[in-house]
Design a protein around this ligand. Sequence first.
Ligand code: C5P
Length: 231
Amino acid sequence: MKYNKQIIVALDFSTEKACLDFLQNIDPSLCRVKVGKELFTRCGPVLVTQIKALGYDVFLDLKFHDIPNTVAEALKAAADLGVWMVNVHASGGKAMLNASREALNFDKAPLLIAVTVLTSMGAKDLVQIAVNNSPQQQVQLLADLAVNSGLDGVVCSAQETEILRSQCPNDFKLITPGIRPSGDNADDQKRVVTPRSALDQGSNYLVIGRPITQVSMPADKLNSIIQEIEA
Ligand code: C5P
């Protein structure tokens, strides 16, 4: 399999220095990066600009969920930062997704991705918020809503990749966390798949954090994962 920059490294660092030190040691032509709520809340948009200046494509993982107008304006602000990908919660509903799509409906807009059901939520958690579908039914329902609202893709667990690949259009992107290279520790991830099998199941991008960020030689680790994909 040809490697095509499908790895998104999760920058789960708590300081600007730790984040930038890490990024100096890896190659922006080999991966993209994800900035989540912790790093963004601590370091702000300035850090996103610095990361971009190093040559990285940034997935701004802030999972917006609010009234349509607020989400649309937040997405425009994210686009002004020049990020490559942004996301919203599909459970924000059709009007919010439509407003999101309209806000990012221009040439070279960031990819607009939806979160379906958080993988931390099981059937009981859904019942508590009056959702009687199983987690998988709810994921499929929300993925359909994202497709029908013109979004570019969804974040999904490795367990959902195959079913969503068969249900969604070919160009609809599936972004998959919970990835562990063969032989690596699962950390707190309950169900993990290897990079190669996630791609074989139809994932387009792999979110990988600790296996790359928490090792002494991150560049070597990234290269070995790429080799595992290409083998
Ligand atoms: O270190 P690790 O590879 O487990 O990091 C995975 C990244 O993907 C983290 O930033 C985590 O928050 C994110 N994520 C996840 N599972 C989801 C959605 C996002 O692990 N369902």
